[in-house]
Design a protein around this ligand. Structure first.
Ligand code: 5AD
Length: 378
């Protein structure tokens, strides 16, 4: 797709603009950034906020990612796998609540046969009008093909960071099955999946230049969906406990803050104006009362309410989120109220990305409003 051909006339200028904005602290300039991101969101994807019903089907995982609480080495976590009927019930509930998409997410659980997942996809597709998104990690090509044939519409796999050495340090390869995530994303696109990816913000060792490169990479990949959330330390992980220490270059460490996450969401919107961009749960855990609203006002257009029972949600502990779960603000009804309270509408239907919805060269006038900063977003 777009990966081979840079969309910007001058990527070097764009990189510099992104870097300046990532370091911007002036409140007036930041207001401009939020405002131009919001107007770009409205022009390209409209006022609808699409809801995706999230079903975390298994917290078993064979990987040892240094950031994630589901890592195989976390022996303190009580593991679960949902049954087929439980998953179907969640999907039906998402449909009843008016959502157009169900997202089946899980750790890399090799105990879930590909054919079992395929049969669930077929049942959801035949019993409901839902679009099906899979978020099941690094999987062999045959499984990706099987699931696409079974009717899966979308696949979501974050590349986490474009800094190869940081990525390798925090995400040990499977020795017998090395997967390069960017390459896997391109294979997903070739299979006809609408493809999503994204990053964590503020991973120890992550520098500003690498975040600028992450944003440019999302743009080159021409992603349909981009998920951005802060790294949240989990005490039962090497990174979260501080056992694994990372060093960062002279440009300094990117903070895993709410503000930095909003900056990246806004910049992703400017660089990938047609993409669906969620206000993520990781962000909402930092500010349960205002996180969704602020993200939606700064470029985001998707929320992924969790459909599973509280018992499973508590055990899907990628990062600590007890505080967030104990609030009622994340129920579907509350989320709909929150969306409407900021003058937005609740999306209907699958809410797929519409490519070519506006010509890319419509955008520079909006970028001009950032005058000294932006020369060539599109
Ligand atoms: N903090 C924030 N996000 C995390 N993820 C995994 N662990 C953490 C953490 N500690 C994110 C990764 C992964 C997704 C499923 O959750 O980006 O791709």
């Amino acid at each position: 797709m777009g990966a081979e051909q840079p969309l910007c006339r001058n990527e070097a200028d764009l990189r510099k603009t992104i870097l300046d904005l990532l370091r911007e602290e002036d409140p007036g300039r930041l207001e401009e950034l939020w405002s131009v991101a919001d107007r770009t969101r409205k022009a390209f994807v409209g006022d609808a906020v699409h809801l995706r019903g999230l079903v975390e089907i298994s917290n078993r995982c064979g990987r040892q990612c240094a950031y994630c609480g589901l890592r195989a080495g976390n022996l303190t976590l009580e593991r679960f796998r949902m049954s087929e009927e439980e998953i179907l019930d969640c999907a039906r509930e998402a449909d009843r609540q008016g959502m157009g998409t169900v997202v089946l997410q899980g750790g890399e659980d090799y105990g879930l046969p590909a054919e079992w997942i395929a049969s669930i996809i077929r049942r959801i597709k035949s019993e409901t009008p839902l679009a099906v998104t899979l978020s099941l990690g690094e999987r062999p090509q045959e499984e990706l093909e099987t699931w696409r044939e079974a009717g899966a519409d979308r696949y979501f796999l974050r590349f986490e960071t474009s800094d190869e050495s940081l990525y390798r340090a925090i995400h040990p390869l499977l020795p017998d099955r090395p997967v390069h995530r960017v390459e896997m994303l391109q294979r997903l696109q070739a299979l006809g999946y609408q493809t999503g990816s994204g990053i964590m913000i503020g991973i120890p060792g992550q520098g500003y230049e690498s975040i600028a490169e992450d944003i440019l990479l999302c743009r080159r990949l021409d992603l349909d969906m981009i998920g951005v959330g802060p790294w949240v330390p989990h005490p039962q992980t090497p990174l979260g406990s501080g056992r694994l220490k990372m060093t960062v270059g002279p440009g300094g460490q990117v903070p895993n803050s709410e503000l930095m996450t909003y900056k990246v969401i806004a910049l992703m919107r400017l660089c990938c104006p047609e993409a669906n961009i969620p206000a993520t749960t990781a962000l909402a855990t930092l500010d349960p009362d205002r996180g969704y609203e602020l993200a939606l006002g700064r470029g985001a257009n998707v929320i992924m309410p969790n459909m599973a029972s509280m018992e499973y949600r508590k055990r899907y502990e990628i990062y600590p989120k007890q505080d967030f779960l104990s609030r009622t603000g994340s129920t579907v009804q509350n989320i709909k109220t929150r969306i409407r309270s900021i003058g937005r509408t609740v999306g209907t239907g699958p809410g797929a990305r519409v490519a070519g919805s506006l010509k890319r060269d419509v955008f520079p006038p909006a970028a001009d409003e950032l005058n000294t900063h932006a020369q060539c977003w599109s």
